[in-house]
Ligand binder design. Sequence first.
Ligand SMILES: Nc1ncnc2c1ncn2[C@@H]1O[C@H](COP(=O)(O)OP(=O)(O)OP(=O)(O)O)[C@@H](O)[C@H]1O
Ligand SMILES: [Mg+2]
Length: 479
Amino acid sequence: MAEVVLQGFGWRHAGRRAWAVRGLDLHIQRGERVLLLGPSGAGKSTLLAALAGLLPEDSGESEGTVTVDGRDPRDRDRAGLLFQDPQTQLVMARSGDDVAFGLENRGVPAGEIWPRVSDALDRVGFPYPITRQTHALSGGEAQRLALAGILALQPGLLLLDEPTANLDPAGGDLIRAAVARSCDRDTTLIVVEHRVEQASPLVDRVVVLAPGGGVAADGAPEVVFAGHGPALAEQGVWVPGYPLPPHRAVAPPADPLVRTEHVSVGHRLPPTDLDVRAGEVLAVTGPNGAGKSTLALVLGGLLAPTSGRMSAFGDPKPPHRWRAATLTQRIGSVFQSPEHQFVTGRVADELAVGPRRLGRPAAEVTAIVAELLERLRLTALARANPYTLSGGEARRLSVATALATRPRLLVLDEPTFGQDRRTWIGLVELLAQLRDDGHGIVAVTHDDAFVTALADRVHDLAPTSAEPLPRRRPDRRPA
Ligand SMILES: Nc1ncnc2c1ncn2[C@@H]1O[C@H](COP(=O)(O)OP(=O)(O)OP(=O)(O)O)[C@@H](O)[C@H]1O
Ligand SMILES: [Mg+2]
């Protein structure tokens, strides 16, 4: 069990003028379960990193104090931190070895390792033997394994940073059930999760970070949301029960931009028949492992189908055969993990790359960049390095780069992931406007609110098989 005390705590990342968190006074008792909320960029992940001892002194400037059980969190391994992307957290080929790895690293005696591995796997309800290959796990299973790796360390302080953001609803339920089961009274829990409704049952206290520093609200969930509901929703918190504006198309869709006939990719995508029309938002849904991201890569011209026929933009050649410049002009893609997509050292430069490549005049490039920065709430970050953005900021930047060339067709893989209520509304309004201007939009999504507010049509992909396949990187990137 661990007790957390913050007194006037602040942290400013090296190279940033603004403080990521500031003026935080917080006392979390042993065994408490806290949901940490706040707008995108409010400093939630930074705070968890501080509590996990993952902010080295030379990586920024600090203010005030932070202690876990009275000590600097960098001094002791009291915390275990789970991130949102399961794939980046597994290191070993076999599941059991992955859990054992962390124990070996911390110098746990050999005789204790395997009993602790099997206990941790039991606690998360891992359904396979320890020899199971990690690459053959679905997203939800991989995340449960990563959680087991952390529980095996028996952390007094369990920190979860949007642990279900990458999962389908069923996978998210499995993780929450595993957390509820394994968080006994000996564990202090702090979980960051934008979608309040899903996380609330896990916690007994909600702490909302204010964008300018300090705490905006703190207390039992019912009390916080009853007392501060409208103000918090305005700040970007997903307060349960606050409706979202719908953005359905007013005009009927135009002609298909892309048509697939029985297009498939090995075992990754079953034969798929699909039209994507101008002036329409098509949502592609389905469980983890169903082939949604593969379909997005195919529609984006970044992956060749292995069978079937595909036609697009009246071109005799299918999109994956087009020249890079043609592809950029016609189709803009956003991948599932934005980190793989950034190519420059500054947010504003990142947005300028596409329009410059298409030979747009400098003044027009500047105007495009400024407008996108503003609409996606990134203006203050124009000079920041894309690789240092928060999760939600990085996602908005990757969507913005795809919009910058104003391609007729947009293929977006989980466009709204990691967004707070306010940035979410901004993003949805922007996409609605593009759709109404005659662009076609395909969005792979687990986000029900997005489907309800914006989708004109839904294509649901059934799972390919019980055995999800390892993910592959795109065969080629947009130029
Ligand atoms: N390594 C870093 N270097 C520089 N700045 C950073 C770094 N990590 C985060 N930041 C900045 O610090 C601020 C807080 O980021 P943080 O990741 O803590 O936010 P967050 O509340 O978790 O947001 P989100 O909900 O979008 O994940 C943001 O402005 C972000 O751009
Ligand atoms: Mg974060």
